[in-house]
Ligand binder design. Structure first.
Ligand SMILES: O=C(O)CCC(=O)C(=O)O
Length: 260
């Protein structure tokens, strides 16, 4: 799948792209079945919420289930990502972020690049975060909030928050969030299950707790150019994979082909 010139310009201008219902209901069902299998296991790569102990983030998915191994090579994700970066990419991270109804906790304001740079020694903000909504995401069940165009500010001042949630995160100083808010409008990332979202490493974003009665699960894969690979191994492999093999896209129907 190729992006048009207009969509590439939109990505450069806003810092993100929404691709409504890029994946079909049947494909989302395959991913959700795999999610249930992975979440059932009590493994360190399933990181639980501080309070409820429900799974918040399940990482290393493409090494834990064949459906995810195919999904990280899906042409509808990988071809646009390669087109935007113009070079080979590796799977830096492959996870699902859940926000369970009533219980899902926040993601503080952050740029992904702060973590990639501080923890993994990635030098340039070139990684792309590729999301697929696995539930309908609405205004109430904890959508991501983006400061549209915030990538143009470059890397912002950050600090390491190891207290607020069970996922340690490099978060952005409030003074910088206020500065960005002066010119960049906030937009919530909502859409039907199967919708995809592509955003860059410098997007200033966060998301509120889910106090609604509706679950919210989002698949998230970070794809980074091979030439921009990690230089530090502070985090475990399931949070930043060491395998730098260039991602080779599979056939478009790869998710629906039988898994033997
Ligand atoms: O799942 C969320 O609400 C936030 C996820 C996020 O911030 C990210 O993927 O970088």
């Amino acid at each position: 799948m190729k992006l048009s010139r207009e969509r590439i310009d939109e990505f450069e201008e806003n810092g993100f792209l929404i691709l409504p219902e890029l994946f079909s209901t049947d494909e989302v069902a395959v991913i959700r079945d795999a999610m249930a299998r992975v979440f059932d296991r009590d493994e360190p790569a399933n990181i639980r919420e501080k309070k409820s102990k429900l799974v918040r983030t399940a990482t290393g998915l493409h090494l834990r289930d064949e459906a995810f191994s195919r999904l990280v090579r899906h042409p509808r994700l990988i071809e646009p990502a390669k087109q935007l970066r113009g070079e080979d990419l590796y799977v830096q991270q492959c996870k699902i972020n859940v926000k369970a109804a009533f219980e899902g906790e926040q993601w503080q304001w952050h740029q992904d690049f702060s973590t990639h740079n501080q923890e993994d020694g990635v030098l340039e903000p070139l990684a792309l975060n590729l999301h697929i909504f696995l539930d309908d995401v609405n205004e109430f069940n904890g959508p991501l909030y983006f400061f549209k165009g915030s990538h143009k500010f470059g890397p912002l001042r950050n600090w390491h928050d190891t207290v607020s949630t069970s996922w340690d995160l490099w978060v952005i100083e409030e003074v910088d969030v206020r500065r960005v808010a002066e010119t960049c409008p906030l937009q919530s990332m909502t859409g039907k299950a199967g919708t995809a979202l592509i955003f860059g490493d410098l997007m200033l974003h966060g998301s509120p707790p889910n106090i609604s009665p509706w679950n919210r699960s989002i698949f998230s894969m970070i794809a980074n150019p091979v030439t921009n690979a990690y230089k530090k191994e502070a985090r475990p492999d399931h949070q930043h994979h060491r395998d730098l093999s260039p991602i080779q896209p599979l056939a478009d129907d790869c998710l629906l082909e039988r898994i033997s």
